[in-house]
Design a protein around this ligand. Structure first.
Ligand code: GTQ
Length: 349
């Protein structure tokens, strides 16, 4: 028996395998090398989606169906190695959502966690658990598991954001629950900015009791993120693999802002080239500012603002910034860390 090679077949063995198959058995030694691989083997492929053609298709969708009829008018980013499975990585889903002026995406809730990363538009809003937030380009917004949420656009321009959800992960665990509210919008029980005031000022209500694993903050505005990155570039050393890379945290415990998804933002200064890096969390990134290239294995992808790139597990990655660049990314790192299976390798050539 070998971890890398299956034993030879023979007519006698094949006959036995057929007999096993009829009784809902199979022989481990015929599949072991594919089950327990020396390093990650994934169907997930690296890929880049350019924003401009994606936007054209979204606008075409906008003429075909309303947000209300669609429930969510989203173009799913299908990983080329896993077509038809609604996955951008093995464990994560991503899509591009369009809400046109005057539209609503009706209130519903589900056990899947969602993040929004705003790509275009200004002043559309999402309501989460009785509170509304208005969204701007670069804002990172969370819908925690089982939270009622609806989206609206009272501005006079289209609003486009990237959705990231843990849909494949919950399918894997057969743990999907969902329901509609039966109304376009949920009742608002809190003033705008309530959670920012309560949890976003390094303060907590004195008798605060935690209810879920998600951050009590649900909008991380880009203006504050960008200011932080800019202030740090004057003092911090650049990390050879990451430039200046930050995690979006849950202020209650410093862990990931979301229970199953790790969101990040990073600054790469003009001319910076990272050293090769790989990790077991397949990562999706989108470009907020700047342009550059990312080499994944032996393929190089050029990127510019709003493009989306997926990096599969354990593929060596090198980023190069042609101008000051800001990348937003997300992966299942926090889940892998909770399970004790996450690995990384710096200088992964
Ligand atoms: O906005 O609630 O891309 O429920 C997929 C499922 C977005 C949403 C998606 C969803 C949503």
């Amino acid at each position: 028996m070998s971890l890398t090679e299956a034993p030879k077949r023979s007519p006698e063995r094949d006959a036995f395998y057929t007999k096993l198959n009829d009784k809902n058995f199979s022989a481990l030694w015929t599949v072991l090398n594919n089950l327990i691989t020396p390093t990650p083997k994934s169907a997930c492929q690296p890929h880049r989606w350019e924003f401009a053609p994606a936007r054209e298709l979204l606008m075409e969708a906008g003429n075909l169906i309303t947000a209300k009829e669609a429930e969510r008018r989203v173009l799913i980013l299908e990983n080329p190695g896993m077509r038809g499975q609604s996955r951008i990585t093995t464990s994560l889903y991503a899509g591009l959502q369009l809400v046109l002026p005057g539209e609503v995406a009706p209130a519903h809730r589900h056990s899947q966690s969602a993040l929004r990363f705003v790509m275009e538009g200004s002043g559309a809003c999402t309501a989460v658990d009785g509170e509304r937030t208005y969204m701007e380009v670069g804002d990172f917004v969370i819908t925690p598991p089982n939270a009622w949420h609806d989206h609206g656009n009272e501005s006079n321009a289209p609003m486009i954001w990237m959705d990231g959800l843990d849909i494949p992960m919950l399918s894997f665990f057969d743990a999907s629950f969902a329901e509609g509210l039966g109304a376009d919008t949920q009742a608002l029980t809190k003033p705008n900015g309530d959670s920012q005031a309560r949890y976003g000022a390094n303060l907590l209500p004195v008798d605060f009791e935690r209810t879920g694993l998600s951050s009590p903050l649900f909008n991380y505005p880009y203006t504050r993120t960008r200011e932080a990155l800019e202030a740090m570039r004057r003092h911090d050393e650049w990390d050879p693999c990451h430039g200046l890379k930050m995690r979006y945290i849950n202020p209650l415990d410093g862990g990931s802002a979301m229970p199953t998804i790790s969101p990040f933002v990073q600054l790469l200064p003009k001319g910076f080239k990272t050293t090769s890096y790989r990790s077991t969390d397949a990562t999706v990134f989108t470009v907020v500012e700047g342009s550059g290239t990312t080499t994944i294995g032996d393929t190089t992808y050029h990127w510019k603002p709003k493009d989306i790139v997926v990096i599969p597990s354990w593929c060596p990655v090198v980023h190069q910034a042609h101008e000051d660049a800001v990348l937003f990314s997300f992966s299942d790192r926090v889940t892998q860390q909770k399970l004790g299976i996450w690995r990384e390798q710096r200088s992964a050539d």
